[in-house]
Design a protein. Structure first.
Length: 112
């Protein structure tokens, strides 16, 4: 009698473990979608013109330009290196546009 109880208990525990494994496997590939961001009110060029001076004053920043990422307009900030002291000072968004950091190293005029 005791043997049957143990067997039933183990079978029930095994079934529970199998169901849990199925649920975990089904949820593994799902990614929570980000909430849609409102469209920026100003053009990216105008946002860059309004903020270029403050961005360029951050040590390590060598340029700012408009780019595209995943079909979305982004502002790209070019930096010498991805130093924490520089990256922390660059905003994640600017007037509704996502900001991406691009490591370019020093920028020199052509022909010099």
């Amino acid at each position: 009698m005791v043997g049957r109880r143990v067997w039933r208990w183990r079978w029930g525990l095994g079934a529970l473990a199998a169901m849990l494994a199925i649920v975990v496997a089904a949820c593994r590939g799902r990614v929570r979608e980000a909430a849609p961001q409102p469209a920026p009110e100003l053009s990216a060029a105008l946002v860059i013109a309004r903020n270029a001076t403050s961005l360029m004053s951050i040590p390590g920043v060598v340029g700012v330009y408009e780019g595209a990422s995943g079909g979305q307009t982004v502002l790209r900030v070019m930096v010498l290196s991805k130093a924490d002291s520089t990256v922390r000072r660059i905003p994640k968004t600017l007037e509704g546009y996502p900001v991406e950091i691009e490591v370019t190293g020093p920028i020199k005029p052509m022909g010099r």
